[in-house]
Design a protein around this ligand. Structure first.
Ligand SMILES: [Zn+2]
Length: 278
């Protein structure tokens, strides 16, 4: 062997035996960990950052719900969700269907549409006299049953007019300052699942003009979705809007912008029928 060769041998042999000891110790004792140098990698920085509670995008579900249809504006919502090929839920009022041929057609459009689900929002919408309406729970039940049959609704998914009450599985919640809890209990006993809302996109009562900016709505959703006090089922967010809000092109554009923001941030869209029932 040459001088060069023996030099390599002198260097290589101890190095190889050190490696063998190292490998053996790692495999023979899974508890034993090699202490890594204290340099924070990107993933280590992410894990230790205050945003560690950020949930995987696939777990955030949004239920976009539209109340009081059919109304002028219902068709714009149907077109928006058809274009996006995304699900949404419309809680409908039977009385409005009977008001004109055009409103009946809008109802039928929504009912047949594969991306939209229709739910029960009562036949009369309490004639907008909510306090009186909820003083008679048995009449409320009658009103919902009438709507259920009149609109040929497939599921007993319902929303009470003017009240964000929830009766989902064995969980319930009511607004503390208003009546309606007894009516919600009676509806639930008769097979209805009652959905309130986690946030309302407000509008002006005459013009239907949306009030909060799209960014504001999106920020509120992001803030509230993991908070059990602000979101009835954490990570499952129900947004309430109304059909009359999206009659003008700029208003339709607002809806499109919200859908885009939710999509870009990994939200899953779903029908209220798929909301967790336990
Ligand atoms: Zn309503």
């Amino acid at each position: 062997m040459s001088v060069e060769g023996s030099k390599w041998k002198r260097f290589l042999l101890p190095a190889l035996s050190f490696l063998a000891v190292l490998l053996f110790s790692c495999h023979s004792n899974p508890e034993k960990k090699i202490i890594a140098p204290q340099i924070k990698t990107d993933s280590a920085i992410l894990k230790s950052s205050p945003q560690k509670d950020t949930i995987p995008d696939t777990l955030k579900t949004i239920y976009l719900t539209f109340d009081d249809g059919p109304l002028p504006g219902t068709d714009a919502i149907i077109r928006a969700f058809d274009r996006e090929k995304l699900p949404a839920t419309m809680f409908m009022v039977g009385k409005h269907v009977q008001m004109s041929k055009s409103l009946r057609e809008k109802y039928e459009m929504a009912y047949r549409d594969p991306f939209l689900e229709t739910g029960n929002h009562s036949y009369s919408h309490a004639n907008r006299k909510y306090h009186t309406y909820y003083r008679h729970p048995e009449k409320v039940l009658e009103d919902f049953d009438r709507n259920q049959a009149f609109l040929h609704l497939r599921d007993k998914d319902a929303r009470m007019p003017g009240r964000s009450s929830w009766r989902v599985g064995n969980r319930k919640r009511d607004e503390p300052s208003v009546n309606g809890a007894s009516a919600a209990d009676l509806l639930h006993e008769n097979g209805y699942t009652i959905f309130g809302w986690d946030l309302e996109w407000f509008h002006k009562s005459q013009s239907g003009k949306p009030q909060q900016k799209v960014e504001e709505i999106f920020e509120q959703i992001q803030k509230r979705i993991s908070n059990p006090k602000k979101c009835f089922t954490p990570y499952h967010f129900v947004l309430l809007a109304h059909d009359e809000m999206f009659q003008k092109p700029w208003e339709q554009n607002e809806l499109k912008q919200l859908i885009d923001l939710l999509k870009e941030n990994g939200y899953k869209f779903d029908h209220i029928n798929n909301y967790p029932r336990k």
